[in-house]
Write a protein that binds this ligand. Structure first.
Ligand code: MGD
Ligand code: MGD
Ligand code: SF4
Ligand code: MO
Length: 670
């Protein structure tokens, strides 16, 4: 038997973008292991992807095109050939365009694979040629990026691996050990050299449990905490005056603003002790180097961008950016954009834009006139807030829905035409990372299973069926990749499975200023924010759906509901059907102080509700939270388990994200 090994890269929407090695026997993958030579993941994968071959060869894989035969959403289909499916799609689209115009077609996609060409490439040309509506906004990342950009001019931040040089590490609204596990060894390396690790999170997560110091503010109150920290830095002379003079603007205005925020004021808002704020500010202002690590958790809020915009001011004030191991790191995806440039796939279009976060709203609003929906790389019924409305939209008998998937997800059940997609083992791609500075090559290891095809091939076939003649539709996958890669040693990338982006080993982006703002300085006062109706200075405003917000809502629904990632074997919604039996859940975690007056005991099935929906789940009494805050793990499938039925779809202050975590509920036994 011919045994060989093939180098690949994990495609999941996860910061770690691990390198892997597949062992193939006679066209069958028999082993998948981490690539030991990968400088960041260093040979380890994770509990989800260690079992990836089970996913690839799962009996439930979609292997044929299918056409709906039952009621919408019933999940009943018959097999079809590709020709039949493509002909049907082309006819329906032509009819819809003739009757309602191209904007009646809505494409919806996310980062089911975050590969350079399989996430989004030829689809842009295909939908632009149809004159379809354009999808805008983001479930993940854009708000945080826009917040940082308000202060720095771009979302560029520190190399996460430089955390190993830090002496004071702040994991702020990120659950590193769960969501970014390969960073943890670099944190441990810093720790063995004397670093202290602080976690700031409203939940005592597994990461908080491993930290030296855990600070637990009430959800959504961090900006008040940051204002008080800056108050102390300025009051106690801990500002790096030289750095601020040279490289920042608006210091005096910021100083006046934070002057209004003594620690006792913030302590009352955040529900933490004044002394804890004082101590944190002193440590942050005196230790060297200080490294703030944050990802996405705090962006899912009405004031999400303001969180990141304000956080970005801290390392400017202390001059932490000057040292290696200092500064702030979030997604580093922006660094790869120059060398893995997917904007080469953009095609100009001026059709209307529709927020991906409002899928349910637009499908259920007749005035929007959406008649066809395409979904790939995502499971919006489970991932978009206000899921009851998404379900109502998908259930429209008159909506023509085409979905490309690997499995029969909750969303896929609503397809009219369901098309089988290849997995990462079956298609070619290059994977940029948002958690480190290496590009990964992904060589297909096995032939496509059944009649599954890569996303790129789907757009090629559809373009042909619709009579589109652009030469780009004749490019094969490697040609598409080469179109987007700039100054990348492709031969080396193929040979070793990864290459580092062409960036200095010692990145320190803002050691000597270099901010991308119009003024060239870090904008402690960001005048551009006034133009979009935002406060140019950091400011704390409670969410409307939250404590301190709309009193009518709070009196009816007094508990804050958090729904972050919670299971080591889940990756968003992708494994809940396959690994769900290995995770205990879903459940609602509730503090004994909230459970007792409601007569709730551990294990009771309780009702969790607000104006959007009601769920019934077992209660788990837990002291990981604070009184007034409950949590349900997100990612489970099924109407009875999908917590996004309850979540808030208000858009973020700027950046186009959505406020999942500003959600209030009441919980009762009944
Ligand atoms: N309440 C709550 N909601 C959340 C979050 C939260 O923390 N709480 N997190 C949010 C975040 S950060 C994110 S990123 C989103 C994620 O939400 P989604 O992007 O919808 O992520 P998944 O649910 O994992 O869906 C990915 C789907 O893509 C499919 N897929 C994978 N590869 C391919 C491929 O090559 N081709 C095709 N056609 N399909 C493929 C997979 O089978 C899978 O079903 O959810 C958001 N929703
Ligand atoms: N195992 C696993 N790993 C994953 C994923 C997964 O589903 N499972 N998903 C991947 C994806 S798409 C993403 S985007 C990343 C996300 O990675 P992270 O951002 O690390 O994860 P989240 O769970 O979204 O949120 C992190 C923390 O933010 C906290 N948080 C919520 N509100 C606030 C607040 O107001 N203030 C503060 N300080 N903290 C707050 C939550 O309690 C949570 O513990 O993880 C990736 N990795
Ligand atoms: S899901 Fe994340 S941690 Fe797991 S193998 Fe993929 S990139 Fe690595
Ligand atoms: Mo995400």
């Amino acid at each position: 038997m011919a045994t060989r090994t093939v180098l690949g890269t994990c495609h999941h929407d996860c910061p770690d973008t691990c390198g892997w090695v597949v062992t193939v026997d006679d066209n069958r993958a028999v082993k998948l292991r981490g690539n030991h030579d990968h400088p960041y993941s260093r040979g380890e994968l994770c509990p989800k992807v260690n079992k990836f071959l089970d996913r690839v060869y799962h009996a439930d894989r979609l292997l044929d095109p299918m056409i709906r035969i039952g009621l919408k959403g019933a999940g009943k289909f018959r097999r079809a050939t590709w020709d039949e499916a493509l002909t049907m799609i082309a006819r329906r689209l032509q009819d819809i365009i003739a009757t309602h115009g191209g904007e009646a077609i809505l494409p919806w996609w996310d980062a089911g694979t975050q590969g350079l060409i399989q996430m989004s490439s030829l689809d842009r040309r295909f939908f632009a040629r149809l004159g379809a509506s354009r999808l805008t906004g983001s479930l993940c990342g854009a708000t945080a990026n826009a917040g940082l950009a308000a202060t720095y001019g771009s979302g560029k931040s520190a190399d996460p691996m430089d955390i190993r040089f830090s002496k004071f590490i702040v994991l702020w609204g990120t659950n590193t050990r769960l969501t970014n596990r390969h960073l943890w060894p670099f944190i441990e390396e810093a720790r063995s050299a004397g670093a202290e690790v602080v976690v700031i999170d409203p939940i005592r997560t597994m990461t908080a449990g491993s930290a030296d110091w855990f600070i637990q503010p009430l959800p959504g109150t961090d900006v008040a905490f940051m204002l008080a920290v800056m108050h102390v830095l300025i009051r106690d002379g801990l500002v790096d005056g030289d750095y601020v003079d040279r490289y920042a603007q608006g210091y005096d205005d910021l100083a006046a603003r934070v002057g209004e925020w003594p620690p006792e004021r913030a302590a009352a808002v955040c529900g933490i002790a004044k002394d804890e704020i004082e101590r944190f500010a002193r440590d942050y202002g005196t230790r060297r180097p200080t490294f703030i690590r944050t990802l996405i958790g705090a962006e899912h809020r009405e004031r999400g961008a303001m969180f990141y915009r304000t956080l970005a001011c801290l390392p400017v004030l202390t001059g932490a950016w000057k040292e290696r191991g200092g500064g702030l790191s979030r997604s580093v995806g922006v660094w790869s954009e120059d060398q893995a440039n997917d904007s080469v796939f953009d095609v100009p279009s001026d059709t209307r834009q529709i927020s991906m976060n409002h899928l349910g709203r637009v499908l259920t609003d007749p005035a929007m006139g959406i008649h066809a929906l395409f979904v790939w790389n995502g499971n919006p019924l489970v991932s978009v807030p206000n899921a009851a409305q998404t379900r109502a939209g998908l259930a429209r008998e008159d909506l023509f829905t085409v979905i490309s998937e690997q499995f029969m997800t909750d969303t896929a059940r609503f397809a009219d035409v369901l098309l089988p997609a290849t997995t990462e083992l079956e298609h070619l791609d290059v994977i940029p990372s948002w958690g480190h500075l290496y590009l990964g090559w992904n060589q297909p290891a096995i032939p496509a299973q059944g009649d599954a095809i890569p996303n790129t091939e789907l757009w090629r076939r559809l373009a042909r069926a619709m009579g589109m003649r652009d030469p780009e539709f004749d490019f094969d996958d490697e040609a598409l990749i080469r179109l987007a890669l700039v100054d990348v040693d492709v031969a080396l990338l193929q040979k070793q499975g990864w290459v580092r982006l062409d960036l200095p080993e010692d990145l320190r982006p803002y050691a000597n200023g270099g901010y991308a703002t119009a003024s060239g300085k870090a904008e402690l006062r960001a005048d551009g924010l006034a133009a979009i109706g935002q406060d140019p200075l950091p400011s704390y405003v409670p969410a409307r759906e939250g404590p301190g917000g709309d009193s009518d809502v709070v009196s009816k629904y007094p508990l804050v509901l958090l729904t972050p990632k919670n299971h080591t074997r889940f990756l968003n919604s992708s494994y809940s059907r396959h690994h769900g039996h290995l995770e205990k859940g879903p459940f609602i975690e509730i503090d004994p102080a909230d459970a007792a007056p409601r007569g709730i005991k551990d294990g009771d099935v309780v009702s969790i509700r607000n104006d959007r929906a009601e769920l019934r789940l077992p209660a788990q009494l837990s002291t990981r939270l604070r009184p007034g805050v409950v949590a349900v793990p997100w990612g489970w499938w099924g109407e009875e388990a999908n917590v996004n039925a309850l979540t808030n779809d208000t858009l973020t202050d700027w950046g186009g994200g959505v406020a999942y975590f500003d959600t209030m509920v009441e919980v009762s036994r009944r």
